[in-house]
Design a protein around this ligand. Structure first.
Ligand SMILES: *Cc1c(COP(=O)(O)O)cnc(C)c1O
Length: 239
């Protein structure tokens, strides 16, 4: 049994230390709980300990836990690969930000559904900064062109960028991924896109991400313990 509360405190200490190391104000880094495979009771435990931001990877899990979490105040983001036929459900379960917008077709579907329901939604653009085939996200080279295309969709508000860094014991290779996302941010900000949020860094690499400018780190295992499925189940094209 994981001690979720103690783990959250440990993560907060790590965030604080990384901020001190890089001369940043700890209040500029938000902790997002990656709750895939985590039971609603354990998510509630974390929310009752002062956490406010959670995210699922799959609509199915969002749906399963929705009722149980309704009475506990929180904000819900989505961080998984989203099929276009699941957009309707994304809206139904009160997701406030889609962090994984990675293709035009998805943006088109989202716009259409949002307009139909007379809603708007925040999104982050997801980039494949490690250039691994197994990762979702757009090629960094396409960032500006893609952001410009999104302008035609008045219901979609671009608020930030997201990436999953390379899984490597080589910190400098991991750091390069985060630097790529930071560079995309600088470029898009220069062109007037309000991409103030940088969602990068997870259990194993959050310090590097914070040093490179992360404003949201997404933590799962270091708080809730090991997951029963390998991450390929969540991150590969055929999942
Ligand atoms: C699971 C997941 C995380 C958290 O990963 P951990 O290594 O468990 O901290 C972060 N981002 C995404 C997109 C995830 O799917």
């Amino acid at each position: 049994m994981e001690n979720i509360i103690a783990n959250i405190d440990r993560i907060q200490q790590r965030i604080y230390n990384a901020c001190v190391t890089s001369g940043r104000n700890p209040e500029t880094v938000k902790l997002l709980l990656a709750t895939k495979t985590v039971h609603a009771d354990n998510i509630k435990l974390a929310l009752n300990h002062g956490q406010t931001l959670i995210a699922e990877n799959k609509i199915q899990e969002l749906k399963e836990k929705f009722d149980a979490l309704q009475d506990t105040p929180h904000q819900s983001h989505f961080i998984g690969h989203l099929q276009t036929n699941k957009v309707k459900e994304l809206l139904r379960y009160n997701v406030s930000c889609l962090q994984s917008l990675d293709r035009l077709k998805l943006a088109e579907k989202l716009q259409r559904r949002l307009a139909y329901e007379d809603k708007t939604m925040d999104v982050f653009l997801q980039f494949n900064t490690s250039y691994e085939d197994s990762k979702f996200g757009m090629a960094p080279e396409n960032a500006l062109a893609f952001a410009k295309e999104i302008l035609q969709f008045d219901r979609i508000q671009i608020k930030g960028l997201m990436t999953i860094g390379l899984f490597s014991a080589n910190d400098e290779k991991v750091r390069k991924c985060f630097q790529v996302l930071k560079r995309i941010q600088t470029n898009l900000l220069d062109h007037g896109f309000p991409v103030h949020e940088l969602s990068m860094g997870m259990s194993g690499d959050l310090e590097i991400a914070i040093e490179e400018g992360a404003t949201i780190i997404r933590v799962g295992t270091a708080i809730f313990g090991k997951r029963p499925y390998p991450d390929s189940y969540y991150w590969n094209e055929n999942s």
